[in-house]
Design a protein around this ligand. Structure first.
Ligand code: URA
Length: 250
């Protein structure tokens, strides 16, 4: 290699090791290919190692406290930067029934507890109508931090939180799962374009991390029912189905 090439290589290595990407002012075809390919390999193997470590941590996460700590340490989801609190769960972790909602709102963010605002009040009434409450039900959300201004979470935010949600369900191991609203239903059932009106009220099995299948049902989100009270009739039909299944399974 000429002196110029060696200097270029050293400079490039310095740039790459400081996080620079390809858009340097050098013309790529003037630079020996191995300079890039070697660095790409290093970056790839570092990424794979990180991924492997993350998977190992996940595999060895055996308690809710460990899971909560993993989420507290997780910095890839930017919602964390704007929220006041991590909203993890409420209710009884030994319950047979688990309910997953969408994301915390303002009140939940303030109190670090899911479903404590106006939709939480309606949710408590809905659950109460079929004999459920926070002593025999466990509550959480697909998203652990309040999205700014209560906007809908993005698909990226949902996919970042979803592995934690599956781990959460795996640790609770409920007998039945209720998905409140379109965001939770679509995220957990994996259905994209079907609306909540079509998805709700039908029992389906969800495979939880290849560990067990979980009988699950979607219902209208209480905040939707607050805006469209005429849909409470359908919500009541779904709740009756849930009550039958609770009586059978618990
Ligand atoms: N809506 C949700 O989906 N979850 C909450 O915790 C509160 C409101």
């Amino acid at each position: 290699m000429s002196e110029k090439t060696v200097l270029t290589e050293l400079l490039l290595r310095w740039y790459l090791s400081n996080g620079a990407k390809y858009n340097l002012s050098f013309k790529e075809n003037n630079i020996p290919k191995e300079i890039f390919s070697e660095d790409q390999e290093i970056q790839k193997s570092t990424k794979e190692k990180k991924e492997h470590k993350k998977n190992e941590i996940f595999k060895n996460c055996k308690t809710l406290d460990e899971l909560k700590n993993l989420i507290l340490e997780f910095s890839d989801c930017s919602l964390k930067n704007t929220a006041k609190s991590l909203v993890f769960s409420d209710g009884n972790p030994k319950a047979n029934v688990m309910l997953i909602g969408e994301a915390p709102g303002e009140e939940e963010d303030k109190l670090a507890r899911p479903f404590v605002g106006s939709s939480g009040i309606l949710l408590d009434k809905m659950l109460g109508a079929i004999g459920q409450n926070r002593k025999n039900t466990y509550l959480s959300n697909v998203i652990f931090w309040r999205p700014p201004g209560n906007r809908k979470p993005t698909p990226e935010e949902i996919s970042l939180c979803l592995p934690f949600v599956f781990k959460h369900i795996e640790l609770i191991r409920p007998k039945l799962l209720i998905l409140a609203g379109a965001i939770a239903a679509k995220a957990l059932f994996g259905s994209d374009n079907t609306g909540i009106t079509q998805i709700r009220g039908k029992w389906k099995n969800i495979n939880i991390n290849n560990k067990f299948d979980l009988r699950s049902i979607a219902i209208f989100h209480p905040s939707f029912l607050l805006k469209q009270p005429s849909r409470k009739k359908e919500a009541w039909e779904d709740l009756k189905k849930i009550k039958i299944e609770i009586d059978k399974n618990t």
